[in-house]
Design a protein around this ligand. Structure first.
Ligand code: GDP
Ligand code: MG
Length: 140
């Protein structure tokens, strides 16, 4: 398996509860390396653009509110099979369905305030990395 890069985000519900270190530790313990990281308080326009794929879903308004309610930490992770590995460590979207030991099982408050984001495929990983970072910010 080739080395991959993926985009990860620690959501406002988690930064508010000071969980940035604990969430990052779980990703690092799984073998993923943080090659870029910054704290961003998203504007409404940034949140709407980032989640544009969900714009027709009934939860879109709530999603934008939740993502602009406080700072996030946006990260690029690198490692073997990084996209799938990040999704595994993160756990199911709804914390009620998330496996033991996952970020969302341990830290999420609800399906809306579910603490973390991870890209779901190589194309979305590339798009999401480029949405938040320029090439010189990625230090592998
Ligand atoms: P993810 O890839 O596991 O984050 O899930 P999705 O791409 O399907 O959805 C993006 C984000 O929208 C999720 O992480 C949730 O924060 C939010 N979301 C998804 N489904 C719902 C829902 O039914 N209700 C609410 N309030 N938020 C949702
Ligand atoms: Mg998704």
């Amino acid at each position: 398996m080739a080395i991959e890069r993926t985009f990860s985000m620690i959501k406002p519900d988690a930064t508010k509860r000071n969980l940035t270190g604990k969430i990052t530790a779980k990703l690092e313990e799984a073998g993923l390396r943080v090659i870029a990281s910054k704290r961003v308080w998203m504007s409404r326009a940034q949140a709407e653009g980032f989640y544009a794929v969900h714009k027709d879903r009934p939860f879109f308004g709530e999603l934008v509110e939740t993502m602009t309610a406080g700072p996030t930490v946006v990260q690029v992770l690198e490692g073997e099979n990084a996209i799938l590995k990040n999704r595994e460590v993160m756990g199911a979207t709804n914390p009620a369905n998330a496996a033991e030991g996952t970020i969302r099982k341990e830290f999420a408050l609800s399906i809306g305030e579910n603490s973390a984001h991870g890209s779901d495929a190589p194309e979305t990983a590339a798009q999401e990395i480029a949405y938040w970072f320029s090439g010189v910010e990625l230090v592998g």
